[in-house]
Design a protein around this ligand. Structure first.
Ligand SMILES: C[S@@+](CC[C@H](N)C(=O)[O-])C[C@H]1O[C@@H](n2cnc3c(N)ncnc32)[C@H](O)[C@@H]1O
Length: 317
């Protein structure tokens, strides 16, 4: 294995036995990117929940997948570390994704991902006009903005990108520190408000446009500073979003992610379209490291009902 990790004969045999079955190989193929819940897998595979759960249990016991709970949702993902995780990734590289059955699974997975995006889109379409009020309920904005300016005080920022810019507040905060600023967001309704806000404040060095955090359609190595402020908890594949972020950064460029620390406010899923109930420091640091971004110590801010974390990372040489 490319990881150079020794797996041992018995463990390897176990892992290969677990994956040597049609449905379980299909399941492994579905984990090429991102995390999935049992309900999502049941929809894709069109098998009963008990059957799918049994397959998942076997894949977890063999060390290929791991399971973790967040509130009432249980997620599955490829095992992060260890030889079995490396073996799972190696097997995935050889999976013939052009096989008809896998193409069908991939189509249904794509529908699910579209559906998730649709949920966030609907939420922001309905709440765009009210977002600036909702935003201030979550966090003490002044404290966060002060820290953002402090941790970038050493930088010369020609090109700035705000991913999931919403109503453009972060562009306003940075406008007089940067050469050019771009805000990208999925929601046309949020962007319409951002445009009015930028115009009102006469911020002619900033512009916004529609786009997706997984495919930002900007040149590689073209940005000095990227902000991802309260956006990652909508992502179904945060690590893929961070890979795209890293692609855009210049060497020594910086990314700052502001998001919630792990919490249990389940209603944020139902009422505010959140997918993730916050993030552990080490998960985000791991994703950043995997895409060539070296993290500074994480900054933590206590909130009334929700705590915030600020991850700062720099693109390695
Ligand atoms: C909670 S708001 C935060 C907006 C802004 N960063 C702020 O702090 O006020 C999250 C924003 O992320 C956007 N968003 C969600 N999924 C996205 C995606 N896949 N690509 C780009 N933007 C996305 C939403 O449309 C929304 O405007």
């Amino acid at each position: 294995m490319s990881s150079g990790m020794e797996i041992g004969f018995e463990r390897m045999l176990n892992a290969l036995k677990a994956v040597g079955e049609e449905t379980r190989l299909r399941i492994l193929a579905l984990f090429r990117s991102g995390e999935l819940t049992v309900t999502e897998l049941v929809t894709i595979l069109r098998q009963s929940q008990p059957r799918v759960s049994r397959h998942l249990r076997l894949l977890c016991e063999a060390g290929l997948l791991e399971r973790y709970r967040e509130g009432t949702w249980i997620f599955y993902r490829l095992a992060e570390g260890g030889a079995e995780g490396a073996l799972a990734r190696a097997i995935i590289e050889y999976i013939p994704f052009s096989a008809q059955i896998l193409r069908h699974d991939a189509e249904r997975l794509a529908e699910i991902k579209e559906g998730r995006k649709g949920k966030a889109r609907r939420y922001f379409r309905e709440n765009a006009a009210d977002w600036d009020r909702i935003r201030s309920l979550y966090v003490s904005e002044g404290d966060v903005e002060k820290i953002l300016l402090e941790v970038t005080a050493d930088m010369k920022i020609d090109d700035f990108l705000d991913v999931g810019t919403g109503t453009g507040r972060i562009l306003e905060v940075f406008a007089d520190r940067i050469g050019r600023g771009t805000g990208i967001d999925l929601s046309r309704e949020m962007l319409a408000i951002a445009r009015v806000n930028l115009e009102k404040s006469n911020l002619h060095n900033c512009q916004v446009r529609q786009g997706d955090m997984y495919d930002l359609a900007l040149a590689s190595g073209s940005i000095d500073l990227i902000l991802i402020h309260q956006v990652l908890h909508f992502a179904d594949d945060p690590s893929a979003a961070l890979r795209e972020t890293s692609r855009l950064l210049r060497v020594n460029g910086r990314v700052i992610i502001v998001d919630f620390a792990p919490h249990t406010l389940e209603y944020l899923r139902d009422e505010h379209a959140h997918r993730r109930l916050g993030f552990k420091d080490e998960d985000v640091i791991g994703w950043l490291d995997n895409v060539g971004l070296a993290s500074d110590p994480v900054i933590h801010l206590k909130g009334q009902s929700l705590d915030l974390s600020i991850w700062v990372a720099n693109k390695k040489q």
